[in-house]
Design a protein around this ligand. Sequence first.
Ligand code: NOJ
Ligand code: CA
Length: 564
Amino acid sequence: MSLHDHPEWLKDAVFYEIYPQSFYDSNGDGIGDIAGIIEKLDYVKSIGCNAIWLNPCYDSPFKDAGYDVRNYKKVAKRYGTNEDLKRLFLEAHKRDMHILLDLVPGHTSEEHEWFKKSSSAEENEFTKRYIWTDSAFSGYSMPFIGGETDRDATYILNFFKCQPALNYGFANRDRSWQSSPESEEAAATRLSMVDVMRFWLGMGADGFRVDMADSLVKNDDNNGEGSLGKDNTIHAWQEMLGIVKDEYPQAAFVSEWGRPRQALAAGFDMDFYLNWRWDGYPNGYARLTRDVDNALDNNPEHDHSYFNALGGGSICQFLDDYCPQYESTCNEGYFSFITCNHDTPRMAPRLSDRERRVAFGMILTMPGVPFVYYGDEIGMKYRDIPTKEGGYARTGTRTPMQWDDSKNLGFSTAPKSKLYLPVEESSNASERRCLVKSGEIPTVSAQEECEDSLLSWVRALIFLRHNRASLHANASWRVLHAPVNGRSFAYERCSVDSLEGSDFRAEKTIVVMNPSLSNESIPLDSLEGLNSKESNPALLQIGEISFNSSSLILGTQSFAIFKL
Ligand code: NOJ
Ligand code: CA
């Protein structure tokens, strides 16, 4: 197995991200748990999601919702036991599903045993496991803490104050206390992470989503001419993933990196296309559905997202960012689209139901392995609620899953005051039922009953994706139509699998969309043989779409998938 081979199952994988606190509370203590996830596996599978990314579920003081790990090898009590997690792996495998855990390799909690030992004034095995300066009064150009420990030094942070950085060395060193990435201590840190991965893979996990995967080696820039950047971090991953993939060739790894050239070179199978806004400039992904200064601002005129009917522009701004990244990495692995994640504001209610349907149409038919964030399939809303466990503005995206119109929307039987986060509901049962019925409070059960629900649309898209090799992660992608002065967009997907010796014929799919409020037409010349309703019926469609002798006419807020 080479570092750059990818598990076969990823080609047809569609992930569902579960934030365990908020998914389903099986024992009525107000917080979601692993037994609850097991109970809902059939639901996840019923949407077509055949893989799950589970946010950290390890022992933690929860100052950053579990990304502050106190013990990498122990499930947090509030979620259950290691045995429960093992049962989740088993139950998922019975259903042909895969589970990725969340690996947090860049930092631990300040309460981790390693850090406690590392903080001691006396030298021990963990003295250099974290990054310490040489005096309690030393500063540095990275966030650091002093005066908290017996050790006469300050330590460098990786994120919040509760998250001291693990020591993978410094690429460019300008202080005597900095380790080299080749040092014994950096090697020991890398091996300790390999050990964590082995522990869970041995128990049945199918791989990891890796937190801040680019953060390991510090000062890892200016690596010289011809470099991809982050060379030392890439090298560290090549070593760690090399070991683990040799032992578990079907394990999958997705990085929170956001730079697929680097991440795939490092040995990851997939990298996330993350929602980024640097210096006020949105990246390609953010241009699609989150090109807005304030995610709680529901005035469509302030929102320049492509899928916003009123405020959006041409798809070209997205393509300028995406195409070079796709083209330079499509033979190396997958660059993955997400509907959202636990750090990102949900699209609803800022984007309307119709706008989100068109957006999901694109997200679920692009190359790479897609990730659906729990609750997005029913249109759960981003809410303005107080912070919880280091969530701050992210908290509004992390609220309890909305199952039905029973108490706490079916999330938990606990009293309201005990809920991890407040559910969206009115206190009056009959009013609540009304709001659920009218769709104002979306729930799974109400949408299950309605053929035309968002849930049905997401299901239809995912099942179509499974059924067409040309919509799988590895199928090629090519832009057919993307006007600078227009709102429409069309692309072709083409299957690339071929069985040796077979007379395999490539399968093609064409996807077209128009998120705007006026008609747009696309010349048939640019649509690769798509020519009439009769010869090319749409496999899935939203809105009005018609042919004339020379063009495809896309009505307002329309979307279609054509078989070629
Ligand atoms: C990225 C995670 O997704 C986020 O939730 C967390 O707070 C930081 N990394 C720190 O681990
Ligand atoms: Ca519980």
